[in-house]
Design a binder for this molecule. Structure first.
Ligand code: HEM
Ligand code: HEM
Length: 163
């Protein structure tokens, strides 16, 4: 799915950083959600606290924003990877982006299936995918730093200034 453009639009840039920002509470404030899930598994009644509602609402918001990003990517496109760069690195970059998008969507689907449908295998998948997301995020940041300081192609500017 690669329609090319000269750079990311301001909406694409805003959405990238907004999704990154919304992920922070998902990782830092999920204790209430995990406790509630375990309580439900034990057969206890749970009254959804504000933190639980926040986890669900933020997750659903991320889902909508990621869909919006994908629509923009299909209709407006994204810039080609900077040159010169080994083909294998371009592939790693493209795969990382693709899997990050996929994980963001699947996290919301699996979370929803666990919370609203009581599917416990979905909760396990949700937990595994949160770890995967962190691993890929680390790879993503290492990649961005490699571009910035080793290849010195100023890749970060693409996610700062619309082009
Ligand atoms: C991109 C969106 C989301 C992210 C990044 C995310 C992240 C997390 C994290 C980090 C945990 C703690 C996992 C652990 O115990 O190690 C968690 C737990 C949980 N989340 Fe989400 N979540 C998202 C969306 C959602 C949504 C939309 C729902 C429900 C509609 C949901 C339901 C749950 C449930 C039920 C748990 C407890 C599962 C368990 O501890 O096994 N999540 N989430
Ligand atoms: C410190 C944090 C971050 C930095 C420095 C960063 C940097 C960048 C840069 C420079 C690009 C453009 C790459 C290119 O033009 O080839 C990019 C794209 C991308 N980033 Fe990030 N990012 C960060 C956080 C995140 C997070 C948290 C996610 C999601 C979990 C994410 C997902 C993506 C995706 C999916 C793309 C591809 C955009 C597209 O081509 O459609 N980023 N990021």
């Amino acid at each position: 799915m690669h329609k090319t453009s000269t750079g990311y639009s301001s909406s694409q840039i805003w959405l990238h950083w907004l999704v990154a920002l919304l992920l922070i509470p998902q990782f830092l404030l999920n204790d209430a959600m995990s406790h509630a899930w375990r309580a439900i598994q034990r057969g206890n009644e749970v009254t959804p606290s504000i933190f639980i509602q926040l986890h669900v609402i933020t997750g659903v918001t991320i889902f909508a924003l990621v869909l919006w990003r994908l629509v923009l990517r299909l209709t407006r496109g994204a810039p080609l990877p900077p040159e010169p760069q080994a083909p294998v690195l371009k592939l790693v970059g493209a795969l990382t982006h693709g899997v990050l998008y996929l994980l963001l969507l699947l996290l919301v689907v699996s979370g929803g299936m666990a919370w609203f449908g009581g599917v416990s295998v979905s909760a396990n998948a949700h937990e595994v995918m949160t770890t995967l997301l962190l691993v890929l995020f680390a790879l993503h940041v290492v990649g961005a730093l490699y571009h910035q300081f080793v290849l010195k192609d100023n890749l970060l500017a693409r996610m700062k200034r619309p082009g």
